[in-house]
Write a protein that binds this ligand. Sequence first.
Ligand SMILES: Cc1ncc(COP(=O)(O)O)c(C=O)c1O
Length: 439
Amino acid sequence: MYLHGTSKVNEKNHLEIGGVDTVELAKQYGTPLYVYDVALIRERARGFRETFKRLNVSAQVAYASKAFSTIAMIQLAEEEGLSLDVVSGGELYTALQAGFPVERIHFHGNNKSYEELDMAIKNKVGCIVVDNFYELSLLEQVCLENNANAKVLLRVTPGVEAHTHDYITTGQEDSKFGFGLENGQADQAVEQALHSESLNLLGIHSHIGSQIFETTGFLLAAQKMFAKLKNWNERFNFVPKVLNLGGGFGIRYTEEDKPLPASEYVEAIIGEVKKLADELSIDIPEIWIEPGRSIVGDAGTTIYSVGSRKEVPNIRHYLAIDGGMTDNIRPALYQAKYEAVLANRVKDPIEETVSVAGKCCESGDMLIWDLPLPKANSDDMLAVFCTGAYGYSMANNYNRIPRPAVVFVENGEAQLVVQRENYEDLVRLDIPLKSKVTE
Ligand SMILES: Cc1ncc(COP(=O)(O)O)c(C=O)c1O
């Protein structure tokens, strides 16, 4: 059994996180419940930031808020000196509500609307990561209308394929994101941005994938980008102030995953960028990265109540829990794998292998296949580890299941940071048929 961060087993044989008994949390706040280990989030954030500091390299570590965007989380990111990557008006709104410093917000997205760009410009967002030609023109228009300028990065697809699952690879040329680096689109975009009166081109951005366990992909992307920067330096006298290498740093979901410490990714990136900048005889650009999963992923644990069992003789034992693809869609979407224990009987001997089923009306709603567990029944609670990234943020109301609550724990204290939805919330936006409305 692998325990992350401050997680441990207490004298009652219960899973404890941040000094708080998760069984007590489940009693107080109900299940399913997302529990976040705040100390671990801080440690992860510091892992990236402190390496840049130690090596005296100007940098921004932007938390990719798509991984888990709530007001409390964004406030925590601010406390830890992170910058913030948002990809929609909704994520931007959350950041603004959290009081996050606008100059450290970077706005991403492959189809930002007029309204979203207008919102970003009116709120003086620090940087817009422009994804395509449509956006380049739209942003210029928005800037002109607001009599404003915008700092921009251009997102490029460097044609580097990270070693990861196909569905979550975005760095290849054939991608919905960014200007192709090899096919001439990036050259044209740079030229257009440099000629613009309202856009201030800071540099370029790439994101090569997710759950990456090696440094090679980042270095290759930097090399490809610098090959182009050389060309743009010669053609346009363009010197980048910023090089953004995106996110995608891997985490340990199961024992198959072997992530590197943050310091190793950062040291390798810095070494390569320094070398490439030297070769080009330019100052090293500020390095920006955008970790999402590696900031919050292993800090999140979901506590479920165990419900029904189904034995298929000689084949499989299904154990159902009170959540599923509504609070964690990753297994159904990406065949993602997780580890889990019984939160109330962590160290009891293993007695059987079960497959953990969600409660949604989909055969594909399976959380974990073949999980060794003590014999569990409806008095038990299951703790699924590493659900902190893309769990709550992808949560949905399929089958009209309310989304769970979120609790932060640290130093023996718990704080509710997102309330559990109730049935009234589910119908709040519904409008009855006119003929059924009674006075
Ligand atoms: C542009 C960009 N930056 C950062 C991230 C965060 O990736 P991760 O959570 O794997 O670190 C993503 C994820 O999709 C992304 O698309």
